[in-house]
Design a protein around this ligand. Structure first.
Ligand SMILES: [Zn+2]
Length: 269
């Protein structure tokens, strides 16, 4: 109880601190969506960035040096997911590991009932429920921040997984406030996930990255990328999915998105 009170007090003080000018310049230079946010959202976001940077540890890997540019570019994008909601700032996450470009991992992947494929694969990012850490490639982070409407953003993707973990399971369901919301979410996600899997199997072009057909957790992460980067297209092609995400995030990215999309446009473009 007292710990919770002190934590909230400390966070309020961090949010109220004046934001370092150098950091602001870095965000304006690297995070394209930032200047498009409303004035109130920009203030809220910078407050969250102060808390995020005070609480999370960054570690460079593969000879990579962590700079303020790296820290604020990651923090500003991650904190977009926190706007307008009560948040505990990705409570399961302690450390963010950053590699210069892609990094290689040993992976064992099931490709058939009794068939496993093993090998070295390159990754742009990853996180896990019990890891306490999140791994990112700086090359992918920079690319994601610079192009806010290609539907790909490794920071939004990995931090969406962190939101998914907030109610324990990594099942594509974040913490939802009401029973009605949980029921609606389960229904919409089940049918949207099934149709992405079906489209993936038959090779039909999809707006959502077919990596989302891997499992419900990846479906959620991929949907979050599309929600923030291609909101108009997502709303046109998947109105129910868009509505669930809008209720959960309590924000409408159509208000600040740089996406160019006209109604009736085919998904493959
Ligand atoms: Zn993922």
């Amino acid at each position: 109880m007292i710990f919770e009170f002190l934590k909230q007090w400390r966070r309020r003080r961090l949010r109220a601190r004046s934001f370092p000018k150098e950091w602001l310049k870095l965000i304006q230079r690297h995070v394209v969506f930032f200047p498009r946010l409303s004035g109130g959202d920009r203030v809220e976001l910078l407050g969250h960035v102060q808390v995020f940077l005070a609480e999370k540890r960054f570690e460079g890997c593969g000879g990579f040096a962590i700079t303020d540019e790296v820290r604020v570019t990651i923090a500003a994008q991650a904190c977009l997911l926190l706007l307008h909601r009560r948040t505990d700032y990705f409570p399961g996450l302690v450390t963010i590991l950053v590699y210069p470009l892609t990094y290689m991992v040993e992976e064992k992947r099931q490709i058939g009932e009794n068939l496993w494929e093993e090998g070295t694969v390159s990754r742009l990012g990853e996180t896990g429920r019990r890891m306490g850490s999140l791994v990112l490639s700086w090359g992918a982070v920079k690319h994601g921040a610079a192009d806010p409407s290609d539907g790909k953003n490794v920071v939004l993707h990995e931090f969406a997984h962190q939101l998914d973990f907030e109610n324990e399971a990594a099942d594509g369901v974040p913490r939802l406030s009401t029973r009605e919301q949980q029921i609606a979410w389960a229904e919409v996600m089940r049918s949207e996930y099934a149709s992405l899997r079906a489209a993936d199997e038959s090779g039909i072009p999809t707006l959502l990255d077919t990596y989302g057909a891997t499992n419900p957790a990846e479906f959620f992460a991929v949907s979050v990328e599309a929600f923030f980067e291609q909101p108009r297209a997502l709303r046109a092609h998947h109105p129910k999915l868009y509505a669930e995400l809008r209720t959960y995030f309590q924000q409408d990215p159509m208000e600040f998105s740089a996406e160019s999309f006209t109604e009736g446009q085919p998904v493959s473009t």
